[in-house]
Design a protein around this ligand. Structure first.
Ligand SMILES: *Cc1c(COP(=O)(O)O)cnc(C)c1O
Length: 302
């Protein structure tokens, strides 16, 4: 297996101040934490979460889980190709088997990932030992290092502390989009006193507070840092959008020459702008927005 260091991640990721009147008008400084520039293929927080797991896998087959358009599956598949690791992706949706692969899954397959499709009820129970054993057998995998959906386990959460450490002294409030919440759980732990994290869940449901507490418990043995979630900016749920969100993202892209990833990043930037307008941040506050990834299929711009 090739070493991770040979992939030359850009760490710490760049910090970039931008002028945006939706913030400056209220006396707020906005800085972008460009995790989207860490690596061209293992983008953003996926690098941070996968790196310690790939090291722990130590050359074993890596098996993980995701939906048909999962950023995490693509990052894992790319890592497999770059590092010479065998990867298996367990994909939600039995009905996808035997059909032409969508572009995201085709990319995974081209990177050498073996895809195994399971029905939705099996997928929901995938962490139960009995179900997992059956999935491994059906996928023809004897020994594998298992990475959970979204890559958020204790190793990943501990690694995401580094994101917080890189931001110490550079921001009062850090905004981050949340899927599983693993990135936020680590970020909050690394940030240090006097700073706080504001998470924007992109899934509907309101279950994330408990999930993040559980992740911090697994990773650190208890709660860490100051964080809160604002549940108002999911725009209907995962991968859902509205004309208003699209217009906001397009406008942000053209103003700042930043490719705005739509599933996560657009929602958190929109949420931060809305909070600024509501007077949530005192004048003089520096807000850092973590750019956790970039639109898929679009080259990185700097
Ligand atoms: C996966 C992903 C997230 C979600 O990270 P979690 O640690 O699961 O909360 C956020 N942004 C982007 C761009 C992602 O690909």
């Amino acid at each position: 297996m090739t070493s991770l260091a040979s992939l030359r991640p850009r760490l710490p990721s760049p910090l970039q101040e931008i002028e945006d009147d939706r913030f400056t008008r209220y006396g707020i400084r906005l800085v972008l934490k460009r995790d989207d520039l860490i690596h061209p293929e293992l983008v953003g927080n996926k690098w941070r979460k996968l790196a310690p797991n790939l090291t722990a896998a130590a050359g074993r087959t890596v098996l993980t889980f995701g939906g048909a358009y999962s950023n995490h599956l693509r990052a894992t598949a790319a890592a497999g190709r770059l590092l010479g690791l065998t990867t298996v992706g367990v994909v939600r949706g039995q009905e996808l088997a035997g059909r032409p692969l969508n572009a995201s899954l085709a990319r995974c397959a081209a990177d050498g990932m073996r895809l195994h499709f399971v029905d939705r009820s099996t997928y929901r129970r995938k962490t139960e030992p009995k179900t997992l054993a059956a999935v491994l057998r059906a996928a023809g995998v004897e020994d594998a290092y298992i990475v959970p959906e979204g890559g958020s386990n204790a190793l990943a959460v501990r690694e995401c502390r580094e994101l917080g450490e890189e931001l110490r002294g550079h921001a009062d409030v850090v905004g981050v989009p949340c899927g599983t919440g693993g990135t936020l759980a680590g970020l909050a732990a690394g940030l240090g006193p006097g700073h706080r994290v504001l998470g924007v869940p992109v899934l509907k449901g309101g279950f994330l507070n408990g999930d993040i507490q559980a992740l911090q418990h697994q990773a650190f043995g208890g709660p860490r840092g100051t964080w809160s979630l604002d549940e108002r900016f999911h725009f209907g749920g995962y991968a859902r959008t509205t004309p208003e969100l699209d217009a906001f993202a397009e406008d942000f892209e053209s103003r700042h020459d930043l490719p705005v990833e739509r599933l996560y990043v657009a929602k958190s930037l929109y949420g931060l702008a809305a909070l600024a307008k509501e007077g949530h941040f005192a004048p003089g506050t520096t807000v850092a927005a973590v750019i956790t990834g970039r639109p898929w299929g679009q080259a990185a711009r700097r």
